[in-house]
Design a protein around this ligand. Structure first.
Ligand SMILES: Cc1cc2nc3c(=O)[nH]c(=O)nc-3n(C[C@H](O)[C@H](O)[C@H](O)COP(=O)(O)O)c2cc1C
Length: 407
């Protein structure tokens, strides 16, 4: 049992091989052997393995692509009115889900627990589930076509008889920030966040932003081929440099990320691609000089973005190029984000869209001349977000991409 617990991983890529109904039933049966509050067992499991239903869920309820690709997805419901004190109904469903994951793994089937399953109510209606059942989570199942490594475990999380948190070497964090605003985070806290959240998705490029493929493509198209050496600063998942390398637009790129955990994840992700080096740190000191620096969606995620631009100025060769991509404070996306902040939603992601004026000023103050600015995408989360403009509307686009030359 211990081996099954320790070797289970979230699997998000599956072989093109069907799951038998018998296997799905065996997995769900293991779920029904979980404990439940007051032994009510008021769960219901809807297993979807029919292609037509899968397509309907994607197009009408916004279910993610992975649910279409997985041979089967089990939607887990629980009676919303039974044992709702202390979220005991949710806890009971969660216990069933964990049993299913372990059972699946023990018979060679991969799974991933999903709380992003599209529109809860639409899923419920499409599957014909009565109103008194709440959708707790969905679990995708299939034969594994990837073997993710085990994410590192957080240390110092146990104490006896009273709460106590030891400060370990890699964790100087006693209290996690409860705000989106990166200005209220320390670099160590941002590093910690990145280190653990890197494993929230599989190490494959497009899956990280399936909802914004159009915008992503438009951005990658906008960045030209760079012949010389390139530094990519704090790219976290490094989706842009991955796509740029894969498109043959980069020859020699150094990816600078905050921690060894993220870098080892990236090494695995980039293993098929040539021309990439990695460097770890948060102090932004570089020995070598580069022909170009990429800061793509990194400024809005750190406490002090000015430091990144001044470090870029220091490590760029004369006439070197700086590419800055940021989420624009005057966009609809930023407005939605502000509303979430005002409502105090408990999302602990350091991210705050930036005003163009501030980005422009930090670039110019550091001895750069801005040569080009393009706006990309108007509305958040569209599949057709490849709207691009150099006209006045760029100031309202979701993304702004600035190209600047070092004087
Ligand atoms: C409540 C819960 C919700 C999750 N939701 C998602 C999700 O929406 N999408 C996803 O890709 N993974 C999701 N996961 C999987 C986690 O990202 C994953 O468990 C974590 O990164 C650790 O990796 P491991 O499962 O391989 O140990 C979820 C896990 C839990 C427990």
């Amino acid at each position: 049992m211990d081996k099954i617990i320790r070797t289970r991983r979230s699997v998000r890529k599956y072989k093109n091989r069907k799951l038998s109904r018998a296997a799905i039933e065996k997995i769900i049966e293991a779920g029904t052997y979980a404990p439940s509050a007051c032994n009510m067992q008021m769960w219901h499991f809807v297993a979807v393995d029919d292609e037509r239903i899968k397509s309907g869920l994607e197009s009408h309820a916004g279910c993610p692509q992975i649910m279409k690709d997985a041979p089967a997805t089990v939607f887990v419901f629980y009676d919303r009115n039974v044992n709702k004190e202390h979220y005991a109904n949710i806890q009971s469903a969660a216990a069933a889900i964990q049993n299913m994951l372990l059972e699946a793994h023990s018979i060679g089937i991969g799974s991933v627990w999903m709380c992003t399953y599209g529109d809860k109510e639409k899923v419920r209606k499409l599957l014909g589930v009565p109103q008194n059942f709440i959708l707790v989570a969905a679990v995708c199942f299939g034969y594994p076509d990837e073997s993710p490594s085990c994410p590192k475990r957080r240390e110092g999380v146990v104490s006896f008889n009273s709460f106590g948190r030891e400060k370990t070497a890699n964790e100087k964090i006693e209290k996690y920030p409860t705000t989106f605003d990166p200005a209220k985070w320390t670099m160590e806290q941002v590093r910690d966040y990145r280190e653990f959240s890197i494993r929230a998705k599989s190490p494959s490029s497009e899956e990280h932003h399936p909802e914004m493929k159009g915008e992503f493509k438009a951005i990658v198209e906008e960045i030209p081929k760079i012949e010389g050496s390139v530094l990519d600063v704090f790219p976290h998942f490094a989706n842009y440099s991955y796509a740029l390398l894969a498109a043959g637009k980069l020859k020699d790129v150094t990816i600078y990320e905050m921690s060894d955990a993220v870098v080892s994840f990236l090494k695995k992700k980039f293993k098929q691609l040539n021309g990439v080096k990695f460097k770890t740190g948060i102090n932004l000191r570089f020995q070598s000089h580069f022909d170009a620096v990429l800061c793509l969606e990194s400024l809005e995620k750190v406490p002090n973005p000015e430091k990144i631009i001044s470090a870029a100025a220091e490590c760029l060769k004369k006439d070197g190029t700086l590419y800055v991509l940021f989420i624009n404070k005057s966009s609809v996306t930023a407005g939605v984000h502000r509303l979430r902040m005002m409502r105090g939603l408990p999302v602990r992601v350091p991210f705050n869209p930036l005003p163009y004026r501030r980005v422009k000023s930090m670039i110019e103050k550091n001895g750069f001349v801005i040569e080009d600015t393009v706006g990309i995408g108007i509305i958040p989360k569209t599949k057709t977000g490849n709207y691009k403009t150099r006209g006045p509307m760029k100031r309202f686009c979701k993304f702004m991409l600035v190209k600047a030359r070092k004087k």
